[in-house]
Design a binder for this molecule. Sequence first.
Ligand SMILES: [Zn+2]
Length: 123
Amino acid sequence: MMITGVDVDFIDGFNDAARSTYPDEFLCMTREIDGVISEMIILPGTVYGDCHSFLNQWMAPIDYSIAGSAHSHPGYSNQASEADLDYFRNMGGVHIITCQPYDRRSWKAYDSEGNVLDLEIVY
Ligand SMILES: [Zn+2]
């Protein structure tokens, strides 16, 4: 499934979660519906903190509606770190990083090679 957009309710909910988890990092998986990233999937037992320490412990679930992951950075950069890029490559899919101020413009989407994707917000 080609990902073409992100649902505005997903972006708002994701940023709310990022804001309430700050200064820790928020991490979830994402589900797509008809090519639009629409839902957060919170895995049980997720401990928020430095996401880079537990990202690699995750296995991609056997669920083909999983689009990828989404996580927050506690600063003003939504650039993927080296650890993020390793994880993206291992998992495949589409990955979203948001940063402060956690609004509708503060996120960036990446493909598994770390290229920035131009996804539109679907209202
Ligand atoms: Zn990161």
